[in-house]
Design a protein around this ligand. Structure first.
Ligand SMILES: *[C@@H]1O[C@H](CO)[C@@H](O)[C@H](O)[C@H]1NC(C)=O
Ligand SMILES: *[C@@H]1O[C@H](CO)[C@@H](O)[C@H](O)[C@H]1NC(C)=O
Ligand SMILES: *[C@@H]1O[C@H](CO)[C@@H](O)[C@H](O)[C@H]1NC(C)=O
Ligand SMILES: *[C@@H]1O[C@H](CO)[C@@H](O)[C@H](O)[C@H]1NC(C)=O
Ligand SMILES: *[C@@H]1O[C@H](CO)[C@@H](O)[C@H](O)[C@H]1NC(C)=O
Ligand SMILES: *[C@@H]1O[C@H](CO)[C@@H](O)[C@H](O)[C@H]1NC(C)=O
Ligand SMILES: *[C@@H]1O[C@H](CO)[C@@H](O)[C@H](O)[C@H]1NC(C)=O
Ligand SMILES: *[C@@H]1O[C@H](CO)[C@@H](O)[C@H](O)[C@H]1NC(C)=O
Ligand SMILES: *[C@@H]1O[C@H](CO)[C@@H](O)[C@H](O)[C@H]1NC(C)=O
Ligand SMILES: *[C@@H]1O[C@H](CO)[C@@H](O)[C@H](O)[C@H]1NC(C)=O
Length: 470
């Protein structure tokens, strides 16, 4: 009897575990699997290709030649390119499949300050043009297209974009093309970026676009708080992405999920989904800790973010969209967030504007629903929530649970064209969110990977309520 009770207990615990939210279940197995170090039977050092780590010699050719040489090992388990201690100045170069780029502890790859060392490439099909200027865009410092099995790692080595010249060119309007990223991988799968520091990116630091199975783990991303558009990590039209254990302090969004821009993003129709973000800390002067959009025209769904610690920032959590974007943002679950000295804890902007050209369709309205924000504590917050949908296009099932914000503004919540629910929210949420969710309300509970459950079951408010009572 006693024994069967104990057994029942174990079974109940197992049942509870199997019902755990997607982030915990899927990301842990997926991230573990991705994080396992792939052994490369062949390794070369960049100095074997004539590189000089004096911070002055331009090593673009050495990187290109080393990687060209390693092509022949792709079908033999792949190869590693090792970058030893030193300061390795280079222009943009491209990676190949089955390659590990490994930096030594005191190795620093430094981007050239001559814009001609960053070739101009085609705009992304889902953007129709460069993000900042019409036409092409400068290729990222480390680039890759149509790759499988790529690892960029190091013992906290550094990749430094020397972004200051690009920020000046941006500010004095002398750029001819959109600024480059530090790393951009396009149409690639099985990508690991880990154990590195990224400094002073000209533009967004890490940009996986049209990728799947991407792990970004244990990286530090730094740029001055007043540097323009220096986002940290921007998963864009990408699926099955894990981002964990990162410290990010930059001028714009720390992590922002995107999926293409207006009519180009709508017709390219390549969504971002299955994205897990865990244990992130940092600060941003003009952006948000976790953001969505404003480019979201291919759709964004099934995103879970947990364990986020933000300080000294403009926004905590932010969703940006506009008429003309089309697409959707749905099934988003953000939990366990602490914020200190943040001006606007939660912000939803339905009129962000910024269009690629005047060919966008004003009637292409974004569908925004099932956004759950849970277990949030904020100290020294100005506005708790500035939540603005679009007239005639209410953003719905916006669910707040267990949210405590020490907000000074009066009123602390400002809401328009928003509908949803709240439970245990202080200060009391705005009127359209005052309903308490129940079994038939559609708050997103992030347990969509539970097998054998119908849509109705997985969206049931019951687990939302159950979770809040924990
Ligand atoms: C990061 O470094 C740690 C310590 O050296 C190592 O155990 C881990 O495998 C590395 N992570 C990845 C994803 O390469
Ligand atoms: C890369 O993959 C995309 C999508 O499959 C394809 O359209 C493109 O032609 C490929 N590019 C190259 C250089 O193979
Ligand atoms: C993070 O990276 C540092 C070096 O950059 C390494 O010492 C540490 O073990 C890594 N931690 C994990 C969890 O991989
Ligand atoms: C890696 O280097 C950065 C920049 O120097 C530093 O802030 C960070 O703490 C280091 N990370 C680890 C894990 O040692
Ligand atoms: C713009 O900034 C660049 C980079 O610092 C500088 O070389 C250039 O002289 C500046 N141009 C103008 C018009 O201020
Ligand atoms: C823009 O183009 C002009 C004319 O070709 C060139 O002198 C200038 O260096 C370019 N600016 C940048 C930032 O590349
Ligand atoms: C998202 O994850 C679920 C569960 O692992 C999987 O069934 C689905 O195919 C994934 N979606 C994409 C676009 O990969
Ligand atoms: C509150 O946060 C603001 C930034 O939003 C900061 O300037 C101010 O010093 C903080 N106040 C206290 C008492 O820490
Ligand atoms: C839109 O939401 C508001 C509350 O923000 C509500 O009063 C209004 O009835 C909703 N409109 C529609 C069409 O559901
Ligand atoms: C549950 O919430 C829905 C939507 O707010 C409402 O229509 C319904 O009456 C509620 N049901 C119960 C049993 O409270």
């Amino acid at each position: 009897m006693r024994r069967s009770k104990a057994l029942l207990g174990v079974l109940l615990v197992l049942a509870t575990i199997s019902k755990s939210p997607w982030g915990a279940a899927a990301s842990s197995s997926y991230c573990k699997q991705m994080g396992s170090t792939t052994f490369r039977p062949h390794s070369v050092t960049i100095t074997e290709f004539g590189a000089v780590g004096d911070g002055v010699t331009l090593n673009t050719k050495a990187f290109q030649n080393a990687i060209f040489y390693l092509h022949s090992f792709a079908d033999k388990g792949g190869a590693q390119l090792f970058v030893p201690a030193g300061r390795w100045l280079t222009g943009s170069f491209s990676l190949i499949s089955h390659l590990t780029l490994s930096l030594d502890k005191d190795a620093e790859i430094i981007g050239s300050m001559d814009s001609s060392d960053w070739p101009v490439i085609d705009p992304l099909p889902s953007y129709g043009r460069g993000r900042e200027l019409p036409g092409g865009r400068h290729q990222s410092l480390i680039h890759g297209s149509n790759l499988t099995d790529v690892i960029i790692t190091g013992d906290n080595g550094t990749i430094n974009g020397q972004g200051i010249v690009w920020w000046d060119w941006f500010q004095n309007h002398t750029l001819n093309y959109t600024r480059p990223h530090l790393i951009e991988l396009m149409y690639s799968t099985e990508v690991v970026i880990s154990n590195l520091t990224f400094k002073n990116s000209p533009f967004w630091a890490i940009h996986p676009v049209y990728c799947s199975q991407v792990l970004v783990q244990n990286v530090t991303i730094l740029a001055p708080l007043d540097s323009p558009n220096t986002d940290g990590i921007d998963p864009d039209s990408s699926t099955n992405v894990c981002i964990e254990d990162c410290y990010i302090s930059t001028g714009d969004d720390l992590i922002v999920i995107k999926s293409g821009w207006d009519e180009y993003g709508i017709s390219f129709a390549y969504p971002s989904s299955n994205i897990s973000i865990r244990r992130i800390a940092g600060e941003t002067k003009s952006g948000a800790g976790i953001a969505f959009g404003s480019e979201m025209s291919g759709g964004i769904s099934e995103v879970e973010a947990e364990g986020i610690h933000l300080f000294n920032s403009l926004h905590g959590i932010r969703l940006k969209t506009s008429p003309g974007r089309g697409g959707y943002v749905r099934n988003i679950y953000i939990s366990d967030v602490t914020m200190t000295d943040v001006k606007i804890a939660i912000r939803i902007t339905g009129q962000y504007d910024e269009h690629p050209d005047d060919k966008y369709d004003e009637n292409a309205l974004p569908l925004i629903n099932r956004i759950t924000i849970k277990d949030i504590v904020g100290v020294n917050i100005s506005i708790a929530g500035l939540l603005e949908g679009i007239r005639g296009d209410n953003f719905s099932s916006i669910c707040l649970s267990n949210v405590f914000l020490d907000a000074t503004a009066d009123p602390p919540w400002r809401c328009s064209y928003i509908q949803g629910y709240s439970n245990l929210v202080s200060p009391e949420s705005c009127e359209p969110l005052r309903d308490v969710p129940n079994e038939t309300s559609v708050c997103y509970a992030a347990n969509h990977l539970r097998p054998h459950l119908s849509d109705a079951d997985r969206l049931a408010g019951s687990s939302f309520v159950k979770l809040t009572s924990l």
